[in-house]
Design a protein around this ligand. Structure first.
Ligand code: SF4
Ligand code: SF4
Length: 440
């Protein structure tokens, strides 16, 4: 059965023509000690300490982790639990800005960056706290250091940005092409690969045109991909471009590939050339009730409420605010939750746009199977979870689900398969409720 390429509407017209704007400095930033995949950091500063923009404030000795840096210059006001956009609440370092924005002395142009060894580049990327900015926030130095037995031959620059509404990567590709390609070359050199591919969805013809002109077409090629959701999922992208299938439970490393997104490559470039830590990023603020939708360069730790206010506020009371895209993002309960490293956007929905959809029993239409980028049977997985059979769900490879939401979106019965998957993953990972036969 051939796969259906069915996709939600793009809704990118609100912001794709809007150049990146720099947001004014917030009065206060909230920097959770966990904003990446891996071990949390420990605070390296104390209450009332003065810090400079870009100064190291939290770190971990664990390999899979990434240090955190002050995103404004000012004073440590609190180290306490604060709203966290993914975890509900988490210990955070709160810094009040003095408005000066004086940078840490270590941030300066590096001499001879082109002669750095691969190990030196990994160290810089780690010390600058770079993580994957596409959403997963996986520490970038780990991706740059694949296991020795894996022979990596291809690097893919993921410029798909397939999530509806989000246009931050689109704008970065247009406005910072040289630095992004510079970051891509650093990654290729570190991995020792000679083949690079810039993968762009065909709903960005302006980006395709520019990159086809900028790359040599030999060591680096720009390819246009059909726009559909979730084209940007790593495993989906590898299959589309190279025809290689990442095995169940495997990683792109297993088929000789590393994938990074656009903003991550830019951050790597800035770390290597400027020794600039990851303390700011570009996000999209969109939604029909946002007065001035935008692509904004914001400091990590800026609160959602401050960003919405900077965009002129809302035209009506919001029904739902999502951090990230509408398909994979997370609904927020507090406007005090901050932007963290993996935040790609803030999408605001009105009551009309979020009217509840009643769910109906599965009619076995098979549409969810057709759209699943991981080749799973979402309906079968959902049924196993509903019966409390987490062992069966695991056998059906529930852990391979990338939580893209395509199955829930396409389901005529409005089955909320992703919520069931998230629950099952949590129970399988933590062992909590493993013996239960019913869904909690
Ligand atoms: S099962 Fe997971 S990966 Fe497959 S479509 Fe559903 S959410 Fe996406
Ligand atoms: S799309 Fe929905 S109704 Fe159709 S098979 Fe999947 S779960 Fe069942």
């Amino acid at each position: 059965m051939s796969k259906t390429k069915y996709s939600p509407s793009h809704f990118k017209e609100h912001t794709q023509g809007r150049s990146i704007q720099k947001m004014s400095l917030p009065a206060e930033v909230v920097l959770p000690l966990l904003q990446h995949t891996g071990a949390p950091c420990q605070a390296k500063v104390s209450l009332k300490d003065k810090v400079k923009t870009g100064q190291l404030i939290a770190d971990s000795e664990k390999y899979i982790s990434a240090p955190i840096h002050a995103s404004v210059c000012g004073e440590v006001k609190a180290i306490e639990k604060r709203p966290h956009p993914v975890l509900g609440e988490y210990q955070a370092i709160v810094i009040s800005s003095d408005g000066q924005d004086s940078p840490d002395a270590a941030i300066k142009e590096r001499e001879s960056p082109d002669f750095l060894s691969a190990d030196a580049i990994r160290r810089i990327v780690r010390n600058c706290g770079i993580v994957g900015l596409g959403g997963a926030a996986f520490p970038a130095h780990v991706k740059l250091n694949p296991p020795q037995e894996k022979k990596i031959d291809t690097f893919i620059l993921n410029a798909a940005e397939c999530e509806p509404y989000l246009t931050a990567d689109h704008r970065l590709m247009l406005e910072r092409p040289q630095e992004i390609l510079g970051g891509m070359k650093i990654v290729m050199k570190t991995l020792g690969v000679t083949s690079g591919i810039v993968a762009i969805e065909d709903n960005k013809p302006d980006v395709i045109r520019i990159y086809k002109e900028l790359v040599d077409g030999k060591s680096i090629k720009a390819v246009s991909l059909k726009s559909f959701y979730p084209q940007g999922a790593e495993k989906q992208m590898i299959k589309t471009i190279l025809g290689r299938e990442v095995p169940p439970g495997g990683l792109p490393f297993d088929v000789g590939v590393v994938v990074n997104n656009v903003a991550t490559c830019l951050a790597i470039y800035e770390a290597v050339y400027m020794n600039k830590p990851l303390y700011e990023r570009v996000i999209t603020i969109a939604g029909t009730i946002v007065k001035n939708p935008a692509n904004l360069l914001v400091r990590i730790g800026t609160k959602i409420g401050d960003i919405i206010e900077f965009c002129g506020g809302l035209t009506e009371e919001p029904a739902k605010i999502i951090l990230g895209g509408p398909m994979m993002g997370i609904a927020q309960y507090s406007l005090d939750a901050p932007v963290i490293k993996g935040t790609s956007g803030i999408i605001v929905f009105s009551k009309k746009e979020t009217a509840p959809r009643p769910s109906h029993p599965c009619i076995r239409c098979g549409r969810c199977i057709q759209v699943c980028p991981m080749g799973l049977n979402p309906s079968q997985i959902a049924k196993a979870i509903e019966k409390g059979r987490f062992d069966l769900a695991e056998e059906y490879n529930v852990m391979d689900c990338v939580e893209c939401g395509a199955c829930s979106y396409i389901c005529p019965g409005n089955s909320n398969i992703v919520s069931l998957v998230k629950l099952a993953k949590h129970i399988i990972k933590t062992g909590s409720g493993a013996n239960r036969r019913t869904v909690p």
